[in-house]
Ligand binder design. Structure first.
Ligand SMILES: Nc1nc2c(c(=O)[nH]1)N[C@H]1C(S)=C(S)[C@@H](COP(=O)(O)O)O[C@H]1N2
Ligand SMILES: [Mo]
Length: 320
């Protein structure tokens, strides 16, 4: 299993790091640095995001709620060069380059279904419907690697409150852009397109479930799901659908891409659970990108105190 996991650090070799340390400070801009350093990965530049509000909560309160973490952040270089985004390529180390020209300037996100006020949001509106906050979350991929990522975004609930779900709404369905011209991976049959995901409405309304528009204080780069993606830190990474164009409130559980792909391997709930193995590998431990050795995987990815109530009375062994 370990050979599926290639920490990106492996190809930033010592000599490059030394040269980077010497030259990096002299060449002020990242663009110049990348141009000068021929082995670096070509990728999109991202702008700093305005309007990020410092939390009004104390550091210990943020940790108690799961909004902040006392664990080292995964280096930004790893977060933006080691990605799963099958719309571009299944090669994790190549997504950043394949997606670098993906333009999100004229994005729109349609929110409808069982709501009182269906609405379509443009990118500027999406970034300003709520104050932006930083949330530092663990991310645990079902493939058994993990990261700690400082996201910028706001609770999904802020968007849903604007459209007012009706009393019949029980689930939230999410859909990624379907545009094979701009997303070359969609010309292959590796998944059924568009990528779709879903949550129960009460899961989507949980304060830990966010829509991210940035990371590390900057706009989300294309490879991480620009311009807006879902982050649900107590679930496996595949629930965090990228580049969302449509959100629909429904009465019935919506289909989800990985469940459709492998119904015996990936469930609708996909809550991180170290005691429920994937049929082809153990989920008991994980490779934290950038660290030596393995860490134990935590129940609900370490968010048990915050989310266990959502699953009272459910058989968690069935929620793989
Ligand atoms: N549309 C879409 N969303 C997606 C995926 C994908 O292939 N397509 N991959 C998922 C998987 S398996 C993971 S682990 C995370 C990876 O997010 P990251 O690349 O920002 O770390 O995105 C998820 N969201
Ligand atoms: Mo994943």
């Amino acid at each position: 299993m370990d050979d599926r996991i290639t920490p990106p650090e492996l190809y930033f070799n010592r000599r490059q790091i030394m040269r980077g340390a010497l030259v990096g400070s002299a060449l002020a801009t990242a663009g110049l640095y990348r141009w000068f350093n021929p082995v670096s990965i070509p990728m999109a530049e991202t702008a700093k995001l305005d309007g990020i509000e410092p939390s009004s909560l104390s550091e210990s309160e943020q940790r108690a709620r799961g909004f902040a973490l006392d664990e080292p952040w995964t280096p930004e270089m790893s977060v933006v060069t080691y990605n799963n985004f099958y719309e571009f390529t299944t090669n994790k180390e190549r997504v950043a380059t394949e997606a670098m020209h993906f333009s999100t300037a004229d994005w729109s996100l349609e929110v409808g279904g069982l709501v009182e006020r269906p609405q379509t949001f443009n990118l500027e509106q999406l970034r300003s419907i709520s104050p932006l906050e930083e949330r530092v979350y663990r991310m645990r991929c079902v493939e058994a690697w993990s990261m700690v990522i400082p996201w910028i975004g706001y609770p999904v609930s802020r968007l849903l409150e604007l459209v007012r779900p009706t009393s019949e709404a029980k689930y939230v369905a999410f859909e990624t852009l379907h545009d094979p011209e701009r997303m070359p991976g969609q010309r292959t049959g590796v998944l059924q397109w568009p990528y779709v995901e879903g949550l129960r409405l009460d899961e989507a309304m949980h304060p830990l479930a966010i829509l991210a528009v940035g990371l590390y204080g900057k706009e989300l780069p294309p490879q991480d799901g620009a311009p807006i993606r879902l982050v649900v830190p107590w679930k496996y990474g595949f629930k965090g659908i990228k580049s969302i164009v449509k959100i629909t409130l429904t009465a019935m559980e919506p289909p989800t891409s990985w469940n459709r792909q492998g119904p015996r391997e990936y469930g609708f709930y996909a809550n991180v659970n170290p005691s429920v193995d994937h049929p082809r590998w153990s989920q008991a431990t994980e490779q934290r990108i950038g660290e030596a050795g393995r860490r134990p995987t935590l129940m609900f990815n370490g968010y048990e105190d915050q989310v266990a109530d959502l699953y009272q009375g459910m058989d968690l062994r069935a929620n793989f």
